[in-house]
Ligand binder design. Sequence first.
Ligand code: ZN
Length: 95
Amino acid sequence: MARCIHCKANLSWFFIFKRLMIIKRPDFECPSCCHNLYFTSRSKKILFGMTMLIPALFVLAFMLGYMALFMVWVMGYILVLPWFVTVTDNDEPLF
Ligand SMILES: [Zn+2]
């Protein structure tokens, strides 16, 4: 799980989830010390790659008739995503 690089506070799963799914901004504030934090370029690559994979899997699942499996996969993806995210104090480019 990601930790604030300033105060070492744990960023909760729900906090990261909210940032990823609802608030589409590259920067966010640490809930305990209010310093600006950014997702690392590695985290952004994971997000980007997974986001590209979903439409491809959707088409595949649709053609093969595995929609239920697809839904489970997407739910699982959304649930584990906050564990793969790490943060830094400067905005790194995606590539
Ligand atoms: Zn902090």
